[in-house]
Design a protein around this ligand. Structure first.
Ligand code: MF3
Ligand code: CO
Ligand code: CO
Length: 270
């Protein structure tokens, strides 16, 4: 690519990044993913989500990085921890995990000014058959979206790939929350919808950075936000799952910045 096109904004306000920027995102993404690897052993029956968050904050600080969520719009924690029917933005606290609880842990770090944003599913105790299916479908849905990432495709192609797959499994895609552009900022254009029609939305170009982070419900897609102004839950109280990666568009596809360094991305890794 012609270097003079780097650093420009597209007509949709999406930033086009340079090779050096990819290296910055790689470092930030790798730290966020490593923290998710390391936190796995701290997820167990009787553990509180507040203690998990405290350990995450400690790991961010030990790495000389910064938490992107502490102080973000008044949020005070280094992670969001969303248990069972909580869709996203669960606030860590004193509540202890019970056998069979499934939870999403979402961590965003800032390394040298670059934001790495990723989340995965975990289980306390034994994973039930129905939770396992939800978690597997949600993980596969994220990768259906990622596989649609290459220059010339559109954001609608990503959303369509996710929605088609999830609904084919008789589950539903949350529409009230979406992925987002990121880079030297936490949330930037575009909104990355996890549903939609092929060929719609902005065209993908080499150098774009964004997250894909589908939330999938076993029941209906509707959500509501609790009185704490953060916690989003399924209206029908059905179980919800989510996985998130930060990715960049390359000349012929994508680079995932937040892959697990240890390959430990599945809740039943033992
Ligand atoms: N990490 C979340 C995302 O994927 C955002 C969390 S914002 C917070 O975009 F304030 F709730 F932490
Ligand atoms: Co995100
Ligand atoms: Co996130």
């Amino acid at each position: 690519m012609n270097e003079e096109h780097r650093g420009r904004l597209t007509r949709d306000g999406i930033r086009i990044h340079s090779d050096a920027d990819f290296a910055g995102m790689h470092k930030a993404g790798e730290l966020a993913a490593r923290i998710l690897d390391e936190i796995a052993e701290h997820v167990f029956v009787g553990q509180s989500t507040g203690e998990i968050d405290r350990l995450i904050e400690e790991k961010v600080n030990a790495a000389g990085a910064k938490s992107a969520t502490i102080g973000y719009k008044g949020y005070r924690h280094a992670s969001c921890i969303s248990v069972n029917h909580v869709v996203c933005h669960g606030i860590p606290g004193d509540k202890k995990l019970k056998d069979g609880d499934i939870l999403n842990i979402d961590v965003t770090v800032i390394v040298d000014g670059w934001f790495g944003d990723t989340s995965r599913m975990y289980v306390a105790g034994k994973l039930s058959r129905k939770s396992e299916r939800l978690v597997q479908v949600t993980h596969d849905a994220l990768f259906k979206g990622i596989e649609a990432v290459k220059p010339g495709n559109t954001f609608g192609d990503i959303g369509n790939a996710i929605q088609t797959f999830v609904e084919g499994q008789r589950m539903s895609v949350v529409r009230d929350f979406c992925g987002h552009g990121l880079g030297r900022v936490f949330h930037a254009p575009p909104n990355v919808l996890h549903y939609g029609r092929k060929g719609t939305g902005p065209v993908l170009e080499e150098g774009m950075f964004f997250t894909i982070e589908p939330m999938v419900n076993l029941g209906r897609s509707e959500t509501k936000v609790l009185a704490d102004d953060w916690t989003a839950v399924t209206r029908d109280k059905s179980l919800s799952a989510q996985f998130e990666h930060s990715i960049g568009v390359t000349a012929d596809g994508f680079e995932i910045f937040t892959l697990s360094p240890a390959g430990r991305y599945h809740p039943t890794w033992g």
